[in-house]
Design a protein around this ligand. Structure first.
Ligand SMILES: Cc1cc2nc3c(=O)[nH]c(=O)nc-3n(C[C@H](O)[C@H](O)[C@H](O)COP(=O)(O)OP(=O)(O)OC[C@H]3O[C@@H](n4cnc5c(N)ncnc54)[C@H](O)[C@@H]3O)c2cc1C
Length: 376
């Protein structure tokens, strides 16, 4: 792969840099509550107004119809500028783009891209995380032809301010468990929806418990066919990473450069120096790997089990980096100084859980990429 920009890409990058220099919001996002929601909504809308959202999305749904390379350049530059990440709406939108009716796409995709409407992903439950097919939230047929949803979701990021939820629910309890699940678009303000934020150890309130008590869902909010929910869920999670990985890699490289500056100013024990060197090597491996993934996508490939490798490399790099940062900063973060260092370290611990745990990714790599026998 040629790592250099074409003349068009270079022009795009320059314009983007200019825009970022003038538009990156001050300071980190506020923790929890409406202030956090407002911060992200403002950033999302600013990116959309600037023309930077939905770069590779069809024009008819509010995108720009460009090649995915432009999404990668966007993630790269946003990460390198230390700006808040580009709101990660694409993977939920992909479910609608692949499986939604034309009406569902027209209704939902423009608002999703522009940030006028926010979405959450209602997959995990108290009894169904890694084993997602064990989910027990049910959507029963109602007399009006629609559904009534009963059950509970958990760890639902951004549910407290979401307008819509892409929900997985069991519609056929008699069917084999993977086949009895359907995907529904649920209005988060419909009757019977209760959202309870979960306060995290880092002080944030990103995720929530969500309860459904007879929540009505009209029939035309079913995505795909009844029983197609598992396939839709798998497509969605395979898009959870992607061009954004380039952004992780440039964000980590930026963090590493900041750590190098700190390390030059103080006496650093050999063990921490080695940690920093390892973080450097892994950041570089990640960068090259995501470029390889990007080049496969550019050749027409769609994300599949290989995105588990991206996730494992990215998680490992993030955790190494923030562990090294904690060691480098000594007791400061724990005593209340360097709050961002502590926040990032704590957040990095959850990265090996979000979007499927590392153990599950390892099993996918073993079974689906290497063809090894299933673990007992
Ligand atoms: C930051 C963050 C954001 C999230 N956002 C969302 C969201 O928006 N929407 C949503 O639906 N969910 C979300 N989640 C939830 C996430 O998808 C689940 O936490 C994850 O799938 C793991 O499920 P679990 O927590 O139930 O753990 P469990 O599945 O109970 O796993 C517990 C432990 O057992 C291990 N384990 C389980 N099964 C196996 C196996 N077969 N082989 C080997 N090891 C195994 C796991 O690796 C883990 O270490 C989020 C999580 C995080 C951390």
């Amino acid at each position: 792969m040629n790592f250099g920009d074409t003349p068009e890409e270079a022009t795009f990058r320059q314009e983007l840099r200019k825009w970022l220099a003038a538009n990156v919001p001050e300071g980190p996002a506020p923790l929890g509550g409406p202030a956090r929601a407002q911060f992200w909504a403002k950033w999302h809308r600013a990116l959309f107004r600037g023309g930077w959202m939905g770069l590779s999305w069809p024009v008819e749904y509010g995108g720009r119809g460009l090649s995915p390379i432009y999404e990668a350049i966007l993630a790269d530059e946003v990460g390198a500028a230390g700006a808040p990440p580009v709101p990660h709406v694409g993977y939920l939108g992909r479910a609608l783009l692949h499986y939604g009716t034309p009406e569902q796409r027209r209704r939902h995709l423009p608002g999703l891209l522009s940030g006028e409407e926010t979405w959450c992903q209602g997959f995990s439950e108290p009894g169904a995380g890694s084993d997602l097919a064990a989910l027990s939230t049910r959507a029963e047929r109602a007399e009006d032809g629609g559904y009534r949803v009963h059950g509970q979701k958990v760890w639902t990021s951004d549910a407290a301010w979401a307008d819509w939820c892409l929900l997985l629910a069991r519609t056929d309890p008699q069917a084999p468990r993977h086949r009895g699940i359907s995907a529904l678009v649920v209005d988060m303000r419909a009757p019977g929806v209760t959202v309870r934020p979960i306060r995290q150890i880092n002080g944030d309130e990103e995720f929530n418990e969500v309860f459904f008590d007879g929540t009505p869902v009209p029939a035309d909010r079913l995505v795909g066919e009844p029983g197609q929910g598992w396939e839709i869920a798998m497509t969605t999670v395979s898009y959870e990473r992607g061009p954004a990985d380039i952004g992780f890699s440039s964000r980590y490289a930026r963090t590493l450069r900041r750590l190098e500056e700190v390390a030059r100013q103080r006496q650093v024990p050999p063990a921490t120096r080695r940690e920093l060197a390892r973080a450097y090597v892994h950041t570089e491996v990640l960068r090259l790997h995501v470029l390889r993934s990007l080049s496969a996508r550019m050749a027409g490939g769609t994300p599949g089990p290989q995105s588990s490798v991206d996730k494992l490399l990215s998680t490992r790099t993030e955790q190494l980096l923030h562990h090294a940062a904690m060691d480098l900063h000594g007791s400061g973060p724990l005593l209340g100084d360097d709050g961002e260092v502590l926040f990032d370290y704590l957040y990095s611990r959850g990265s090996s859980i979000a979007g499927g745990t590392s153990q599950i990714q390892h099993s996918i790599v073993a079974e689906r990429l290497l063809g090894l026998p299933r673990a007992r």
